[in-house]
Design a protein around this ligand. Structure first.
Ligand code: NAD
Length: 253
């Protein structure tokens, strides 16, 4: 277990960690051109989060159309990994990090070269069948899965609400919506990474969305030192050994 001095800098913190666990949120990708949710201009200033629940998706063709529009906008930016993603990938390549747990759905950590990435909110890069009438926020699909471009192609061909080609069920992006049950496989993988880590670095998360918001608390409870890099203060800054308020790319790159 690393033990940073009281006045440790981020550089000290990173030098001492041997098995760093990196926890990222939407802020790591804003420098790639993908807006976060809560900042001015963020996704929630343009789409109504109350409509973006799993149940609303199941109930309403209009909500599904809005979701596909949002996905298309997401990919239209042609985002590429930035200095922050690359720095995090380098830490793993150099054997100093056990991997990344991310709230992001953009796949940019993998594109940057990170090998061990737990996407606890799923990925926008693929879609899957969730069944005809899934209940209790739990997908009930037949197993059909495809690249997201499959759905865009169907929509471009004039079908605004593409159904599963195997069973006729609803098709949804492989992301976890509000009100949708978490994927236990990724939660288990996150716990496994946490068990192997000797320090935690949080980058670009408002730390307001659970379960990620609980992970730094867990880390500190286990005696792991914590560093937070975020543009603005988070509710967990007081728990951290090192806090840097700045842009991820500038700070890590
Ligand atoms: P958030 O929008 O709540 O918070 C992002 C935080 O990052 C903010 O506190 C902001 O000040 C900070 N930030 C913005 N740009 C930064 C930068 N360049 N460097 C450092 N900090 C920066 O996002 P969240 O905490 O990740 O959680 C919200 C949800 O948003 C998650 O569930 C996630 O799935 C989803 N989301 C993902 C993406 C993506 O995949 N890129 C984009 C938007 C939202």
């Amino acid at each position: 277990m690393v033990d940073p001095p009281a006045d440790a800098t981020l550089a000290d913190f990173l030098r001492r960690a041997e098995r760093l666990l990196v926890l990222t949120g939407a802020g790591i990708s804003t420098e790639s051109g993908i807006p976060d949710f809560r900042s001015p201009g963020g996704v929630w200033t343009r789409y109504d989060p109350r409509q973006m629940t799993f149940d609303r998706y199941v109930e309403s063709a209009e909500v599904r159309a809005m979701s596909w529009a949002m996905r298309r906008e997401f990919f239209a930016a042609g985002a590429r990994p930035n200095r922050g993603h690359l720095a995090i990938a380098a830490m793993e390549a150099e054997g100093r990090s056990v991997g990344v747990i991310t709230q992001n759905i953009d796949g940019l950590h993998q594109e940057a070269g990170s090998q061990t990435v737990v996407e606890i909110h799923g990925t926008a890069r693929t879609v899957g069948c969730i069944g005809r009438r899934p209940r209790w926020g739990t997908p009930d699909g037949c197993g059909f899965s495809a690249d997201t471009t499959w759905a865009f192609q169907r929509i471009d061909e004039g079908d605004p609400d593409p159904a599963c080609p195997t069973c006729g069920g609803l098709v949804k992006s492989a992301t976890i919506s509000f009100g949708q049950a978490m994927d236990t496989t990724s939660m288990d993988a996150a716990a496994e990474l946490m068990a192997r880590a000797d320090a935690m670095l949080v980058v670009g998360s408002s730390l307001q969305v659970h379960p990620v918001a609980g992970m730094p608390v867990d880390a500190v409870d286990r005696g792991l030192p914590l560093a937070i890099v975020n543009r603005e203060p988070t509710p967990l800054d007081h728990l951290a050994d090192v806090v840097v308020h700045g842009s991820a790319g500038d700070v890590l790159g």
